[in-house]
Ligand binder design. Structure first.
Ligand SMILES: [Zn+2]
Length: 154
């Protein structure tokens, strides 16, 4: 067993809210910006490069008094498929949510095709998730396919 007392001291506990744990260290700030935490008025704790027995090092984000919608959680899947969120009430984990790939991404993923209309007109991109297993997305406008591992965000 890990020393959970010591582990929990790395980042203070929250009474109510959402904890996103085991974030790859290079994704922490992308997730923070995707969830618009820079505009969040509630208490936000971001820890990065923390020791993690399982992953070597990891990031963690705790947001007090925020509970994300299904749409917000599915946006996370664009940068970190299958990441888990813990919903905290009264210091206890009451629910775990997994950010699984949605059927489509609207206004999130940038098209890799430079001549695609979405790169040349002020409009929202739309990508269909054509293969959830492999993480393949396809541009609605030009048909360009990309793997979720290599996408750039709008
Ligand atoms: Zn396109």
């Amino acid at each position: 067993m890990m020393d959970t007392t010591k582990k929990s001291l790395q980042v203070a506990a929250i009474e109510n809210g959402t904890v996103i744990d085991h974030i790859p260290t290079d994704k922490v700030f992308t997730i923070a910006s995707l969830l618009q935490l820079d505009r969040c008025n509630d208490q936000v704790t971001i820890g990065n490069n923390l020791d993690s027995g399982r992953m070597g090092s990891k990031g963690i984000i705790k947001i007090a008094n925020r509970f994300f919608s299904d749409a917000e959680i599915s946006r996370l899947a664009a940068v970190c498929p299958n990441i888990r969120l813990c919903i905290i009430r009264d210091y206890e984990v009451v629910e775990k949510r997994i950010a699984s790939l949605p059927d489509e991404f609207v206004g999130i993923v940038r098209c890799a095709n430079p001549v695609c209309i979405t790169n040349n007109e002020p409009m929202k991109t739309v990508f269909y998730v054509t293969d959830k297993e492999q993480g393949v997305v396809k541009c609605r406008y030009c048909g360009k396919e990309q793997n979720i591992e290599h996408i750039k965000l709008v």
